[in-house]
Design a protein around this ligand. Structure first.
Ligand code: TRP
Length: 331
């Protein structure tokens, strides 16, 4: 591994990953890995507050790993593992509980969103809230602090969690001395506003996502279904308000983006044509990834081997850190 800053990000195994997942944290981590030490792990423990079926957790973890292994990370710089394989992360979570103010958890966006929903529905504020959901940010802080992470590439929705990790590290260090490095979030501009098929933010909860590893025919079908306004082919169009253009931007070069924008503004290009151009661009980027993904999903023993190899290295680093933390807290 090369010297310099350590990047780390976790990917929660939520089933089918979509364009939004890729454009956010994953691609940033992939770019970081070309020149930097990068830890990327499948955050299966983070799924447990909601997913109650072990088989689903396991299968989704394979899918997440297969995606990671297909995107073109520089694997010479990457440490990949499955979170639940590292016992020290459960330990650090428990130890960090003691320095984490309850009020911090009360302010977490994801918890607050549930409270707001419950309140609006006239339910008890904590209806359906388990401690896994409530303390989710502490587990995430443990993920980050265990490896002396410098930079955490995440989507905008996860920024607060990284700031919490930093706060928790600060509280700990103020009491016990300089044990933890303070991590910094790295957020990609515009990542939060990638539109989905209906023009709203691409999100599983809106059911408007384009799956990253969908077979070619499904990819095409989805792209052809992107909602547009009713402008005729001849009319000039505004690329900034078109989901077609907004998605294209994330896959094309600067020159290609400028050319496509010009075609929108000039008029003469119908939305059907624009969608075909988008499909071809996206497919050219995703095709080699999809082939590798399908190979891995058909050969899960390769994923098992990667998990085993990664866990062995990660465990050593994590165990060393937990020993230091225990020494600081317990003598
Ligand atoms: N909570 C993140 C998500 O839902 C996933 C995650 C878990 C993570 N642990 C992490 C991201 C540590 C960055 C660093 O997407």
């Amino acid at each position: 591994m090369s010297e310099g800053k350590l990047y780390l990000t976790g990917l929660k195994p939520t089933g089918e990953l979509h364009f939004g997942n890729y454009i956010g944290a994953l691609r940033q981590a992939c770019i970081a890995s070309q020149e930097n030490k990068t830890i990327i792990f499948v955050a299966d423990l983070h799924a447990l507050n909601a997913v109650r079926d072990a088989k689903t957790v396991r299968e989704n973890s394979y899918k997440a790993a297969a995606v990671i292994m297909s995107l073109g990370f520089n694997m010479d710089n990457v440490l990949l593992f499955r979170q639940s394989d590292i016992d020290s992360v459960y330990k650090l979570t428990e130890l960090l509980m003691n320095v984490t103010p309850k009020g911090l958890m009360d302010r977490a966006h994801s918890y607050k969103a549930t409270v707001d929903k419950n309140t609006a529905a006239g339910l008890d504020v904590d209806a359906g809230v388990n401690m896994g959901l409530y303390t989710y940010p502490i587990l995430m802080a443990a993920d980050i602090l265990l490896y002396d992470t410098d930079i955490v590439p995440v989507g905008a929705d996860q920024k607060q969690h990284v700031e919490f990790a930093r706060d928790i590290a600060g509280h700990f260090n103020a009491i016990y001395g300089n044990v933890f490095k303070l991590p910094e979030p790295q957020i990609i501009e515009n990542a939060g506003i990638l539109p989905g098929l209906d023009g709203r933010k691409m999100s599983k909860s809106y059911d408007n996502v384009i799956p990253l590893m969908a077979p070619e025919s499904e990819l095409k079908k989805k792209i052809m279904r992107i909602v547009t306004d009713s402008k005729t082919p001849e009319e000039p169009k505004d690329p900034e308000t078109s989901a077609i253009f907004q998605i294209y931007r994330h896959f094309a070069t600067m020159d290609e983006i400028a050319t496509f924008a010009e075609k929108f503004r000039a008029g003469g290009m119908g939305y059907g044509t624009a969608k075909t151009i988008l499909f071809e661009k996206v497919n050219s980027v995703l095709k080699p990834m999809r082939e590798r993904y399908e190979h891995l999903m058909a050969n899960p023993q390769e994923i098992d081997a990667a998990f085993a190899k990664g866990a062995e290295i990660a465990r050593k680093i994590a165990d060393r850190k937990i020993a230091k933390v225990k020494k600081a807290m317990l003598g």
